[in-house]
Design a protein around this ligand. Structure first.
Ligand code: F6P
Length: 333
C-alpha cells in the first residue's frame, strides 16, 4: 500500500496566463515539503470522467513558471454532473458523477486541487459535498470570482489590452478615425475599465453601466470640434445599451454556461459612424488576452495561491479555495 500523500490537480474552464505557475507551486511545495505524489488529470473534468491522468515528476514542473496555457489541458464543456453525450437523437446530458467519484477513488487521491473559474469551482464544491477532499484555486482573466479580490491572469489580460489600445492610438490619430476596441470580461467590466484607464480611452463601456449611443456620439463630436479628430472607445464584450441586450457571438450547447459573448464592438462601431459621420473601425482583442506568458504580478500571485493551497491541504481545510483579501498596490510588468 502506498503511504505517500497523493494530490490530484486539474485545470478546467478557459485557460489563462499563470495556470502553469500555480501547478508548479502546488507540485513543488507538495513534493518537497509533504513528499507527495502528483497526479495530473488531463483536460479538466473531462479527464476525471474518462479516467485520463498521469503521474508527474518533479522535473515536469521545471520551466513552466513563465509558460502560458496549461500543461494539463482543459475543457469548458465537461461537467461530471451534466456531461454532454452525442447520440443519434442529438446532444444528451447525463449525470456521470458516480463514474468520476469511482475514478477519484481508484486514483487513491488524498486531495483534488481544482484550478478554475466560477463554473469549475461550483463543480468542485459539488464534488466536495459528495465526499471528495477538494481545494479550489480561482482562475480567470475576467477577475469576477466571489471571495477573492483578484484572480491571476487579469493583470496579463489588462497589460495585453492596454498595449492594443496604445497601438490603436497612433493609427486612430493619423487617420482621424474612431477606433473601437472590444475586450473580454464576460459579464464583468474589469478588463475594459483597467485597460481603458491605463490606455487613456476616451469612452469606456462596461456591462455594469448600460450605455446610451447619443452620449457616446456627443463625446466623440465634442472631441472632434476641439481639434481631437480621433477617439478611442474601449468596450467590454458584455456591455449593452440601456434597455437593450448583450451581443451573443455563439452558443456552445455542451457547455454548462453556453453563451459566448462577442460582437458588440462591431454593433457599436456602426452606430458611432452613423451618428457622427466619422469613419470608425473595430478591433476585437479576443483570445489574445488569454495567451502567452503571465506578467510578473500574475506569476507571483499564482505562486502565492499555489503555496497557500498546499498549506490548506496540510491543514485539511477542504471545501474551500485559496484567495486574496487585501489592498492592491501598484503593479508593473
Ligand atoms: O472567462 C474567460 C473568457 O475569456 C471570457 O472573458 C470570455 O467571455 C470567454 O472566456 C470566451 O470563451 P471561449 O474560450 O469559449 O471562447
Amino acid at each position: 500500500m502506498n503511504s505517500k500523500k497523493r494530490i490530484g490537480i486539474l485545470t478546467a474552464g478557459g485557460d489563462c496566463p499563470g495556470i502553469n505557475a500555480v501547478i508548479r507551486a502546488v507540485a513543488k511545495k507538495a513534493i518537497l515539503e509533504l513528499d507527495a505524489e502528483i497526479i495530473g488529470i488531463e483536460d479538466g473534468y473531462e479527464g476525471l470522467v474518462n479516467n485520463k491522468h498521469r503521474k508527474l515528476n518533479y522535473s515536469d514542473f521545471s520551466g513552466i513558471l513563465t509558460l502560458g496555457g496549461t500543461i494539463l489541458g482543459t475543457s469548458k464543456k465537461a461537467s461530471p454532473y451534466r456531461y454532454a453525450i452525442k447520440t443519434a437523437r442529438g446532444l444528451e446530458f447525463k449525470d456521470m458523477s458516480k463514474r468520476a467519484l469511482e475514478n477519484i477513488k481508484e486514483m487513491d487521491l488524498d486531495c483534488l486541487v481544482c484550478i478554475g473559474g466560477d463554473g469549475t469551482l461550483g463543480i468542485a464544491h459539488k464534488l466536495f459535498k459528495d465526499g471528495v477532499p477538494v481545494v479550489g484555486v480561482p482562475k480567470t482573466i475576467d477577475n469576477d470570482i466571489l471571495g477573492t479580490d483578484i484572480t491571476f491572469g487579469f493583470d496579463t489580460a489588462v497589460w495585453i489590452a492596454t498595449e492594443g489600445i496604445d497601438r490603436l492610438h497612433t493609427t486612430a490619430q493619423s487617420h482621424h478615425r474612431v477606433m473601437v476596441i472590444e475586450v473580454m470580461g464576460h459579464r464583468a467590466g474589469w478588463i475594459a475599465l483597467h485597460s481603458g484607464i491605463a490606455g487613456g480611452g476616451d469612452v469606456i463601456l462596461i456591462p455594469e453601466i448600460p450605455y446610451d449611443i447619443k452620449t457616446i456620439a456627443r463625446k466623440v463630436r465634442e472631441r472632434s470640434k476641439k481639434g481631437k479628430r480621433f477617439s478611442i472607445v474601449v468596450v467590454a464584450e458584455g456591455a449593452h445599451p440601456k434597455g437593450g441586450k448583450v451581443t451573443i457571438q455563439r452558443m456552445v450547447k455542451e457547455s454548462s454556461d453556453p453563451i459566448r459573448l462577442g460582437g458588440i464592438g462591431f454593433v457599436l462601431g456602426s452606430a458611432i459612424e452613423n451618428a457622427t459621420e466619422i469613419e470608425t473601425r473595430t478591433v476585437v482583442m479576443g483570445h489574445l488576452q488569454r495567451g502567452g506568458s503571465p506578467t510578473p504580478f500574475d506569476r507571483v500571485l499564482a505562486t502565492q495561491l499555489g503555496t497557500k493551497t498546499v498549506d490548506m491541504i496540510e491543514a485539511k481545510r477542504f471545501g474551500r479555495m485559496a484567495g486574496v483579501k487585501r489592498e492592491l498596490s501598484s503593479r508593473s510588468r
